[in-house]
Ligand binder design. Sequence first.
Ligand SMILES: Cc1cc2nc3c(=O)[nH]c(=O)nc-3n(C[C@H](O)[C@H](O)[C@H](O)COP(=O)(O)OP(=O)(O)OC[C@H]3O[C@@H](n4cnc5c(N)ncnc54)[C@H](O)[C@@H]3O)c2cc1C
Length: 408
Amino acid sequence: MGEFALELNDDQKTVRDWIHGFAADVMRPAAAEWDEREEFPWPVVREAARIGLYSLDFYAQQFLDPTGLGVPLTLEELFWGDAGLGLAIAGTGLAAISVFTNGTDEQIGTWVPQMYGDANDVKIAAFCSSEPDAGSDVAAMRTRAVYDGAKDEWVLNGVKTWATNGGIADVHVVVAVVDPALGARGHASFVVPPGTPGLAQGQKFKKHGIRASHTAEVVLRDVRVPGHCLLGGKEKLDERLARARERAAGGGERGGNAAMATFEASRPAVGAQAVGIARAAYEVALDYARTRVQFGRPIIDNQGVAFQLADMRTRIDAARLLVWRASWMASAGRPFTAAEGSMSKLFAGETAKKVTAQAMQILGGNGYTREYPVERMHRDAAIYTIFEGTSEIQRLVIARTLSGMPIR
Ligand SMILES: Cc1cc2nc3c(=O)[nH]c(=O)nc-3n(C[C@H](O)[C@H](O)[C@H](O)COP(=O)(O)OP(=O)(O)OC[C@H]3O[C@@H](n4cnc5c(N)ncnc54)[C@H](O)[C@@H]3O)c2cc1C
């Protein structure tokens, strides 16, 4: 009771080892192939569903782990297996979290199960917020949602970009502007049910890394969704808009600058993914440095190599501790008074990028080829300083939180 401990309990160790087995036996052998194919890896996701790893039940259980470590432990192991395949499995989670955080109990019960489907009929979901002219600057969003009171329907129009699973998902969650005068406070989220006319995939992006994960534009042309697809419901939206208008009329800030707090809760989870990639690359490099002989001795005998490995491991452990702290705080309901969620994502993302580059260097020429996995890990890691808020935006969030100043 109340003691400080970092020891995992037996349940957590069992789950971690089970996922590690899937990552080692199913993901690792398939990773290079799906990276080359640049297609959504349905067979891998179906296999994850078959064993119960890709399922609402499993994620709900991890989410409810009272220590907060269920989700980061799961994600670290999956992304240790492979980041592209890992994101194909974990991508639905972002859409599910948006329904969990913004939806009513009824909406959660209706839509989240449809996002995962079941082992015989696997489904996926996409979360669509970013737009061509609204990336870090979420308040610049232009996709409009207009209410048609006569039919109790919302009409969505606009172009979303960078959507993970966009266009191939069964359920899309779309963030749109309901009152342009209110900046980000005038936004609301909508579920677009499977098969809704007017939603189409635009360009599919060819990416540097995480190539097994599908990333595409989503075009919305007169997409009509029933009133009950507005997350949180209309009454709550009207109240929220009225409060925002009062604040705006009183000269208060319009809100919504630079993605502040938008993804704060999911950031430690993204940090955990980055830790998984970094650990994977570090392990390959350590192994290589012990066995590769040059000048008559293993290259790890050189301080120049050994110290790099020491720094790599130190950074990875520090990143994991920041991720665990933020995850524990979030699950214990403690507010991030020093932007601890952003800190964990910032440090873990930068760590993954740096450690995978160091691993590539330690493997020499082999590190630069696709015969060894660190080349892919290095490409995969690069997204972790960009998505879910770039490193610069994380620093902005941290600096504003610490200082209370409107730093730009
Ligand atoms: C593979 C991939 C998957 C993605 N998945 C999703 C998804 O599922 N759903 C979704 O909605 N979005 C998704 N995104 C979008 C992602 O979150 C954005 O790319 C990210 O927020 C950055 O926006 P941007 O690309 O428009 O860059 P910009 O905002 O244009 O930024 C460009 C550069 O300017 C810097 N910059 C911008 N503003 C400031 C500032 N105020 N101070 C200092 N520097 C600044 C940035 O840090 C960056 O270095 C995904 C992106 C990628 C690449």
